[in-house]
Structure formats: structure tokens, C-alpha cells
Design a protein around this ligand. Structure first.
Ligand code: ARG
Length: 502
């Protein structure tokens, strides 16, 4: 693609620009030079004199979307080929005409893919750029392609085809990330770390269990995207401008050719609906919120104060002034980028909230937020798919931190309950034991039997089996618990569950 050719500030290019007029799509001339008859534009009549041409160029550049919607070129052409094929099947266009049109469209695509296509702002958007070039290449027969179609149903189709593909890429990245997490969790079912509530040491957990919590978050995200994909994958084409078309089209043919699993049922809704984009962005926002939470943990855990994990150097940068620094740039940036995706969700919701049926030019503003959302999410997932499974826990530090926080206090209380003490009383007893531990600067398991027994005669010498970290983990041995054998089972079940998305 020629980057300068779609630059709104390029006066050379804009001198042939014209005020966009959707009603003249089909009748427009096929060369950019003929297209931009500024003399006849309303701008000329209204403003007159030397201002009019400048204003018209500005309006053309201001209203054009080709600078960004050329990203749809491949999908636009794919949609046009299916549309033309349908017109042939329904005897609306002749086989010869459609064969010529399809050959021409393929040639346009190869020019675009080779970077030889001259994008023109005067032609407003990807749809008219492609169609104009088609007619340059194959002659007047190219002008028949737009029969029974409008840019309104065309753009809605392009967005859906494009977003379907991006959603599939994102789902594939999510699956890669999750299977990496399963491997990591499997290696660390017995690695002990403090589990936190209120960011205070709460109870010992397996690091593998923590990793499997991340897996669950991402699994729901994947389900949400798979579900959103069903509503993305519906065909708007055939709705034409808003009311349908007078030609005897068969939308099931187009849907089948394009791999859509359904057809938008109402033409007014089909050209104006952007729910699917909002839904995608909402699912993306929840996913980015998850990546941000994981980032936050990694950032905390990499600090000298925690010193729980390392991530490979390739995800970090140094400081230009402090030689000792290894900054967790990638997780920090992903945490920051979550804000952007939330913003794009708000942009799309706000964009749609006041629009009457059916298509309004406002809708052109749907693309950049959606592109930014997809790009931000894809980039974040690419980084995470490599980074997250390559976390190395500092097992000794994690263990030492768990020992420090009286993480087995609940285990001692549960032990007392099993020996006949009511839970509230047990809670009180253990509180006293913890206070003694704090005074002495030792863990519960370092207190002597005599020291413990001064708080309750329900304590026997078997108590130490329950005060070890391993004992604490192993005791939570039920579905969803942190016992290492439960985590092992969660991992193997996770592998089976993930197969649904593969
Ligand atoms: N560039 C336009 C968009 O992105 C295409 C549809 C234009 N339709 C119209 N009636 N002006 O929404």
C-alpha cells in the first residue's frame, strides 16, 4: 500500500476530490480524475470563490475512511466475489459478466497485496477504491457489480468477515497461552506460596493452583469470544441500503459462500447493527482486565520485597540511570493497555446510543476503535503467550514468605474443631497462639507442644502434622481445592476442556 496516497493533507491527491454522495455510488464515473468534479459540488455553490475548493478538499479528506478501512480490502473483495457469484446463480448477471468481474477483482487484490495499489481519498473508502479500479481494469462491466447492493450492507459484511478472522486468531492465541499455563501448573503442583486475601498472607496454596486460577479466567474469556463469534458470523449482505433490493437475490447462497452461519433477519437492523462489535469489545475488555490483574501480580512478585518470580529478560528493560534495575515493562504495559481497550468499549457504546435506524455516517467511526482494540489485545496476548508460561518461581522465597505469615492458623483451628472445640472458641485459641508466635518471632510450627497446650488441652502431639505447609495443602483435598493431587487433576481436566476450542 502506498502510505502517502491516502494522506488527507496531500494536495496533489485532493485536487480531484468530490463531496461523498452515497446515492451516486452506482452512477459514478470510473476514473478518479473524472470523479472529482468540484465545479458541480454543493460546496462550490454555497461558499463560492477561493474558499470552496479548499473546503471541498478538506471535507473530502475529513469524510473519507480509506486511510483506515483499506484494512478490509481482502474481505471486501471476498464479499464482492460471493455477491457476484450469487447474482449469477440468480440470473441477475450473466455468467460471462460475472467471470470477468471475478477475474478483475482477483487482479485488484493482487495489486493491493503487492503494494502496487494507488489508494485515492477522492474515492472515499475501500469499497469505492476497489470498484473503481475494477472498472479501470475490466471496463464498464465492472459497474454492474454493485447491482442489488449498497455500501451500507457491504461495509457491515466486511467488518464481520474481518472480525471473525481476528476473533479466530485471538482464540488461537488464548488456547496457546492456556496450554502453556497448564504446563506451568503441572510443574508446580507442589510448589508452595502464600495465598492472599487483602494482600495479607492468608493460607498456603500451591503455585500450580494459582496458575490454574489464571487458566479459569482465560477459559471464560475464550468461551465469551466463541459465543460472540456466533453473532459476528451473520450475513448482512442483501439488505442493500436499508430496505432490501428489488432484484430476486438469494441470500442463502451468499451466506454459504462466505461461511456465515446465519443471515441477518431484518434489513434495517442488518445495516445498522454494531452489537457484535460492542460485544467483542466487551469480551476483549474483560480479557484485558484479566491480563491486567495477572500483570499486577507479576509486577508485585518481581519486586525485591516479594521476590517470588522471575520472568525472562526479554520481557524486561533496564533503567538508563539505575544499573541494578530490571523493570517488568511488558506486564506494566499490558496493565496500561487494558485502559485503552475499556476506552474503546465506551467509544463504541457512545457511538451507537443515539443513532436512529438505519445506517448513519456515524457508523464509519466504528472502525478505528475496533482496530485498536483488536491490535492491542492481539499484541498483549502474543506477549503473554510467551511470557506467562516462562515464569520461574523462586521456590525458597515463596516458602519463606508462607512461613512468615502464620498461614497455617486456620489449619490449627480446624484441628481443634475436629478435637471437639467449637469453631469460634478454636479461633480464639489460635489467635492467642499467633500472638505468642509474633512475640517470640517464630512460626506456629516452631512453638513447643507445651507452649501450644497452655491455650487448649485439646492439642495433642499430632498437631505438628497439621501445622506444616505440606499438611495444610494436602488437607484441602476436594474439587477446586489446593491439594497437589487436586491441582494435578484440574490440569488434566483443563487439557480436555481446552480441546473444545482447538
Ligand atoms: N465508509 C463507510 C463506512 O465506513 C461506508 C458506508 C458508506 N455508506 C454511506 N451511505 N455513505 O461506514
Amino acid at each position: 500500500m502506498n502510505a502517502t496516497s491516502s494522506n488527507p493533507s496531500n494536495p496533489e491527491q485532493n485536487k480531484n476530490s468530490r463531496a461523498p454522495d452515497s446515492s451516486t455510488d452506482a452512477s459514478r464515473t470510473n476514473s478518479p480524475a473524472q470523479n472529482g468534479d468540484v465545479q458541480n459540488s454543493p460546496g462550490q455553490q454555497m461558499w463560492g470563490g477561493r474558499f470552496s475548493e479548499a473546503t471541498d478538499s478538506f471535507v473530502a479528506a475529513f469524510t473519507a475512511s480509506v486511510g483506515f478501512d483499506q484494512r478490509f480490502a481482502r474481505h471486501d473483495i471476498e464479499g464482492s466475489i460471493a455477491h457476484a457469484t450469487m447474482l449469477k446463480e440468480c440470473n441477475i448477471l450473466s455468467s460471462d459478466d460475472v467471470a470477468t468481474i471475478i477475474d478483475g477483482l482477483k487482479q485488484v487484490l493482487s495489486e493491493i497485496e503487492a503494494g502496487e495499489f494507488n489508494w485515492s481519498i477522492a474515492l472515499e473508502d475501500v469499497h469505492m477504491n476497489v470498484e473503481s479500479r475494477l472498472t479501470d481494469l475490466i471496463g464498464p462491466v465492472g459497474k454492474k457489480l454493485h447491482t442489488g447492493r449498497s455500501r451500507n450492507d457491504q461495509v457491515a459484511t466486511d467488518i464481520r468477515l474481518w472480525l471473525r478472522e481476528e476473533t479466530d486468531n485471538i482464540i488461537a492465541l488464548l488456547v496457546r497461552l492456556q496450554s502453556g499455563l497448564l504446563d506451568l501448573a503441572e510443574q508446580h503442583t507442589d510448589t508452595i506460596m502464600p495465598g492472599f486475601t487483602h494482600l495479607q498472607t492468608a493460607q498456603p496454596v500451591s503455585f500450580g493452583h494459582h496458575v490454574m486460577a489464571w487458566f479459569e479466567m482465560l477459559f471464560r474469556d475464550t468461551e465469551r469470544l466463541v459465543d460472540a463469534r456466533r453473532r459476528i458470523n451473520q450475513l448482512p449482505l442483501g439488505s442493500a441500503a436499508l430496505a432490501g433490493t428489488t432484484f430476486p437475490i438469494d441470500r442463502t447462497i451468499t451466506a454459504e459462500l462466505l461461511g456465515f452461519e446465519g443471515i441477518c433477519q431484518n434489513s434495517l437492523d442488518a445495516v445498522s447493527d454494531r452489537d457484535f462489535a460492542i460485544e467483542f469489545t466487551a469480551a476483549a475488555s474483560i480479557l484485558m482486565m484479566h491480563l491486567s490483574r495477572m500483570s499486577e501480580e507479576i509486577i508485585l512478585w518481581m519486586s525485591a520485597q516479594f521476590n517470588f518470580v522471575q520472568i525472562p529478560d526479554r520481557f524486561c528493560t533496564g533503567s538508563s540511570i539505575m544499573p541494578q534495575k530490571k523493570n517488568p515493562d511488558v506486564p506494566e504495559l499490558v496493565r496500561g493497555k487494558a485502559a485503552r481497550v475499556f476506552g474503546q468499549l465506551m467509544t463504541l457504546l457512545s457511538l451507537m446510543k443515539s443513532q436512529p435506524l438505519a445506517y448513519n455516517k456515524d457508523n464509519q467511526e466504528d472502525k478505528e476503535p475496533l482496530f485498536d482494540c483488536v491490535d492491542t489485545l492481539t499484541g498483549s496476548l502474543l506477549a503473554f503467550a510467551d511470557m506467562l508460561p516462562n515464569i520461574t518461581p523462586n521456590k525458597e522465597n515463596m516458602r519463606a514468605a508462607t512461613m512468615k505469615g502464620y498461614a497455617t492458623a486456620t489449619d490449627l483451628a480446624d484441628y481443634l474443631v475436629r478435637n471437639g472445640v467449637a469453631f469460634r472458641d478454636a479461633h480464639e485459641v489460635v489467635g492467642h497462639a499467633v500472638a505468642l508466635g509474633i512475640r517470640e518471632g517464630v512460626d506456629l510450627s516452631d512453638l513447643s507442644l507445651a507452649q501450644l497446650q497452655q491455650f487448649s488441652d485439646a492439642i495433642g502431639d499430632d498437631v505438628f502434622d497439621y501445622l506444616t505447609l505440606e499438611g495444610s495443602l494436602a488437607a484441602r483435598d476436594h474439587l477446586g481445592g489446593t491439594a497437589p493431587n487436586q491441582v494435578k487433576q484440574a490440569v488434566s481436566l483443563g487439557r480436555t476442556r481446552l480441546e473444545v476450542f482447538a
